[in-house]
Design a protein around this ligand. Structure first.
Ligand SMILES: *[C@@H]1O[C@H](CO)[C@@H](O)[C@H](O)[C@H]1NC(C)=O
Ligand SMILES: *[C@@H]1O[C@H](CO)[C@@H](O)[C@H](O)[C@H]1NC(C)=O
Ligand SMILES: *[C@@H]1O[C@H](CO)[C@@H](O)[C@H](O)[C@H]1NC(C)=O
Ligand SMILES: *[C@@H]1O[C@H](CO)[C@@H](O)[C@H](O)[C@H]1NC(C)=O
Length: 294
């Protein structure tokens, strides 16, 4: 195995100019460039293997620290425009530069502006989410990434700096039938994808995508911890917020997503669970008094 990795690295160094954009293509969710090797593929990704505050994690409700001082999250506005594409590793909604929706309050000491949304899902209904609750995996996970506009001027700068990023995780549950609980924003993303072939270079414009509908009433109750990006560079500057309420997807929509991915021969696009180490995971959900559905 060791030999394989070093020869792969050698191969990579010979073929690829050492710029971050080309390195960015050089990782996968399985095999020799899969999650266990991310930290070995590029010296700048060392935290993927050596970091102590990595994401995702398994959330154990009994071990959460109840913190009633965690206030409701606040959104500055609502609608964004953007473009959706299949990156070859997942579905990406890139939010356009003139759509300035900012999130603040809650555990956040700064304003963070939404930059992109990633959708994770599995080949089977029994897996797909990155975060887990009591070891339970959901059918998928939608992640909204925002960068610190107080301290940094853009995503690339914030990505490598302290307090740079805030990410919201929304767990996605499977429903057995098409129904009104289907999340309209998720439908809008999937609908846009229908027009794409499996070519990763194509993208589809999306208009008036509602961030607040997506987050709905869940801005009030959440779980929060300090972690990392769940893909290379695995930088440990992400304040994670996991919303209390899941959203729903139907089996039909999941199959549609899988067909998009499978045409590229790719596996499940989630990173395995990382050790919690000494981290504290806080919540403002009072498990003694509220009935929490997960
Ligand atoms: C989104 O695009 C529409 C149509 O071009 C435009 O009217 C609207 O102002 C844009 N919204 C944002 C937030 O940029
Ligand atoms: C991001 O901001 C930094 C610092 O202001 C600047 O040097 C860099 O060119 C910007 N990058 C992009 C992609 O705009
Ligand atoms: C997909 O393409 C069809 C036909 O060209 C078009 O009518 C439809 O609006 C497109 N869907 C989206 C989400 O852009
Ligand atoms: C988006 O919203 C803007 C402002 O409300 C509106 O002018 C525009 O027509 C909408 N665009 C689409 C594609 O729905």
């Amino acid at each position: 195995m060791k030999f394989k990795i070093s020869s792969l690295l050698f191969f990579a160094l010979c073929l690829r100019p050492n710029t971050s954009s080309s390195w960015d293509e050089w990782w996968a969710y399985e095999g020799i460039s899969g999650p266990n090797y991310w930290g070995l593929l590029n010296p700048e990704w060392i935290l993927c293997n050596k970091g102590k505050h990595q994401s995702p994690i398994n959330i154990i409700p009994e071990k959460l620290v109840f913190d009633p001082s965690l206030s409701r999250l606040k959104l500055s506005s609502d609608y964004v425009n953007g473009s959706v594409r299949n990156t070859g590793r997942g579905i990406l909604l890139k939010i356009s530069k003139d759509s300035k929706v900012v999130i603040s309050d809650g555990p956040l000491s700064y304003d963070y502006r939404f930059e992109h949304i990633l959708l994770h899902y599995g080949h089977e209904n029994s897996r797909g989410s990155e975060h887990r609750i009591n070891g339970f995996t959901f059918a998928g996970e939608l992640q909204l990434y925002a960068y610190n506009t107080h301290l940094y001027s853009n995503w690339s700068e914030a990505e490598v700096k302290s307090h740079g990023i805030m990410a919201i995780a929304i767990l996605i549950k499977l429903t057995n039938y098409e129904h009104p609980e289907d999340n309209q924003q998720l439908l809008q993303m999937i609908h846009a994808l229908k027009n794409l072939s499996s070519k990763t270079s194509q993208s589809q414009q999306i208009y008036n995508f509602s961030i607040s509908d997506l987050l709905s009433e869940s801005l009030k109750y959440y779980i929060t911890y300090e972690g990392s990006l769940t893909k290379p560079s695995c930088s440990e500057n992400v304040q994670w917020i996991i919303l209390n309420k899941p959203i729903y997807i139907s089996g039909h929509q999941l199959r549609l997503l899988r067909n998009l991915m499978e045409s590229k021969g790719l596996g499940d696009n989630f990173r395995p669970i990382q050790p919690l180490s000494q981290r504290c995971v806080r919540t403002n959900i009072d498990f003694n008094n509220v009935c929490v559905k997960v």
